[in-house]
Design a protein around this ligand. Sequence first.
Ligand code: MG
Length: 257
Amino acid sequence: MIARRSPDEIEAIRAACQIVSRVHGALAERIAPGVSTAILDELAEETIRSHGADPAFKGYHGFPASICASVNDEAVHGFPRPDPLQEGDVLCVDVGVRLNGWFGDGAFTLAVGELAADVEGLLRATQQALDAGVRAAVADKHLSDISHAVETIANEAGVTVIQEYGGHGIGRELHEEPHIPNHGAPGRGPRLQVGQVIAIEPIFSLGAPEVVVDEDGWTTRTKDGSAAAHFEHTVAITKEGPRMLTEPRTATIAAAG
Ligand code: MG
């Protein structure tokens, strides 16, 4: 059962998502060699709370921070740390916000200084896969059309889908039905309907698809140590087509309604 939201409810989710975008914009301006992900986490929490919202990840099943900050071979769910980012690092930042009982979720990956060409290609492919997934989020298409669109970009770019993770429904909870795999044949699963709100989030690596979880129970890294990238938007399926609720990244907050 995939929830369908009214236009007013979608605006309420969008209001949470616009704070996610604002945090992304603030962090993107700050990310540089020498800056720690712990500082970025503090900045994210301040920004979220300054808008009267709560960081959705903090305390979520015991997660200790307001952002997931995953560096280099860390694919998802990395803990912010006090040690400084280095030139050539690749940083995935995932941000969740709860506002008035509604959730928004979005992630991006950024180069810290100059990246190696293959890592730059990985980032580009992951971003393009997100865009392709969003374009497939159209009423009457099947859920797995999104999965297939994402996987097709990975295959074309010669990068690897980390299959353990995927997108999800979102709204009253951070994670709702359905799970949205980032791989698979098209034309499967339920048909998408106007009013559904989903988070689409390709997670790709340069190497093998296997991941391992650290002893902290969260930090998920590629088993072969290759770099990973992760982009995510919260998207509403509307009569007019997919609407990215977490765009644009550097926007000031737009009024809801
Ligand atoms: Mg998510």
